[in-house]
Design a protein around this ligand. Structure first.
Ligand SMILES: *Cc1c(COP(=O)(O)O)cnc(C)c1O
Length: 487
């Protein structure tokens, strides 16, 4: 793609005094005296500094910006632990129905029964998928769901007169787990994984005790490996009086096959913006509903959506609630998209989604295994990790290979996560990609390993085709240069 100097200019740099991008008819209602509406102290003394440009300049500005972004609609995006699956456009159509898009959260319940029914049905569907007894749709992200779940766990222990202060997290956990535990007021205990990449039962036994509030775990774990001893793990934690929290941000491996509730978990959050195909990236909006077993239901964020005997839907108050965690009903438009997805597939379809996600990941793992170090060489679930240790000996790090992928138009996989694998590369293809797409990416990655061996210098300076090449990432975050006078 070529961009001209003009395309690159910021809208403010194009501004010319007196230029306007709109035409309004003359005002035909009496103008109100401004001082009667806004106190003089709050009135602007100088006109707002707005760019003065034509409409076409505004359109080109935003279109140019949107093209510099990379999303699932541009290309393959195998970002491990992020489930960048295709977002079906039917979800968008349904979210735009006037009955969903043009209602207001303060409308009387009787006038939004359809919307409430959708929320209620989504609660039910997510209970079914997770094996939980109740669900709240309020949390707006995975991390928000984690915090909500942990606050319920805290309330549960306190209601029993127990002061439990510790949350156990395996070293492969997503960074939000210890962060949420800290924000919820717990101390985090990290336990090491064993050499199979799984929870070390001896380490777990040594760490659980009367101060254990919960174990936070995901299964399959963030290495894409199934914790085969999950029933035993659950028993160890429960016997000590702790609860089990399931990080279900990525449920793509398990839908219709197994359920956190059946594995012994008490609380689970799902990321609808991962597993249920609602858009993500760019900071949201997301949705991180939380499901709980009935012993935690008294503490759910209030209200949830209830159904009366006469079939009408209402906002059900929760007396011992931890309180509201989000305004109104959560991110309603996102919930509509997720519901559309679930209903489009149905139960059997969701199972197929998971089977294909796991099949795609294993196909990629097997084709890539000869070219990389494979820290845990066994069947994976929806994602897998490779290590760039072999390439490191040639002077090329995982970061360099990831940067090189940009030259071929791919979003790189997750790198350097999970933390317990050196030079980690974590790939999650998802079920929505064709074999041809997977093969093309695999071939590219293999080509890059050959470049690493034969011409490491090439990788050290990649990428070559992007607007900017290597950034000082710390500086870019702390002192961003947001205009394009850089050319
Ligand atoms: C993405 C993810 C999260 C966090 O979800 P957000 O919506 O980004 O807050 C937590 N755990 C795992 C395993 C994840 O992949």
């Amino acid at each position: 793609m070529t961009t001209t100097k003009h395309d690159k200019a910021l809208i403010f740099e194009l501004s010319q005094p007196g230029r306007v991008g709109y035409a309004l008819p003359d005002c035909d209602v009496p103008e109100l005296e401004i001082d009667s509406l806004i106190p003089t102290s709050l009135q602007r003394s100088q006109p707002a500094e707005l760019p003065e440009v034509y409409e076409v300049d505004v359109i080109r500005h935003y279109t140019a910006l949107s093209r510099r972004n990379f999303g699932i609609d541009n290309g393959f995006y195998p970002l491990g632990s992020c489930t960048m699956k295709y977002n079906p456009k039917i979800n968008e159509d349904v979210a735009r129905y006037a009955g969903f898009a043009k209602i207001h959260p303060y409308q009387p319940e009787s006038s939004v029964q359809g919307a409430l029914e959708l929320l209620y049905s989504l609660q039910q569907d997510l209970q079914e998928v997770t094996g939980m007894d109740e669900v709240t749709l309020q949390p707006a992200a995975g991390a928000h769901g984690e915090w909500t779940g942990l606050m319920m766990i805290r309330a549960y222990h306190e209601s029993r007169g127990e002061h439990r202060t510790k949350v156990i997290v395996p070293d492969s956990a997503h960074g939000t787990n210890p962060a949420s535990a800290t924000v919820a007021g717990f101390d985090t205990i990290t336990i090491k994984s064993n050499d199979k990449g799984l929870v070390d039962l001896e380490a777990l036994r040594a760490d659980v005790g009367p101060d254990t509030a919960a174990l936070m775990l995901t299964n399959p774990n963030t290495l894409g490996l199934f914790e085969e001893q999950i029933v035993e793990i659950a028993a160890i934690v429960h016997e000590a009086g702790g609860l089990l929290y399931y990080d279900g941000a990525n449920a793509n491996a398990i839908m219709g096959i197994t359920r956190p509730g059946d594995m012994g978990f008490d609380v689970v959050h799902l990321n609808l913006h991962k597993t249920m195909s609602t858009p993500h990236g760019g900071g949201g909006p997301g949705a991180g509903p939380v499901g709980v077993k009935s012993k935690l239901a008294p503490f759910l964020p209030s209200p949830i959506i209830g159904r009366k005997a006469d079939g009408t839907y209402y906002l059900q108050d929760i007396p011992q609630s931890i309180g509201r965690v989000k305004g109104y009903f959560g991110n309603f438009g996102i919930l509509v998209r997720a519901y559309t997805y679930i209903r489009t597939y149905g139960g059997e379809g969701l199972r197929q989604v998971s089977e294909n996600a796991v099949l795609n990941a294993n196909y990629m793992l097997r084709r890539l295994a000869p070219h990389f170090d494979v820290p845990f060489d066994r069947a994976c679930k929806h994602e897998f990790v490779l290590s760039g240790n072999r390439q490191k000996k040639w002077g090329v790090r995982t970061l360099d290979m990831a940067k090189r992928l940009l030259d071929f138009g791919y979003h790189p996989p997750t790198i350097y996560f999970p933390l317990n694998v050196e030079e980690c590369i974590m790939i999650e293809p998802t079920e929505t990609e064709s074999k041809e797409t997977l093969d093309a990416f695999i071939d590219t990655l293999i080509q890059i390993t050959q470049e690493a061996e034969q011409n490491p210098e090439l990788l050290l300076n990649a990428p070559y085709t992007t607007d900017v090449s290597r950034l000082d990432e710390a500086l870019a975050a702390r002192k961003p240069v947001l205009n394009c006078s850089c050319g």
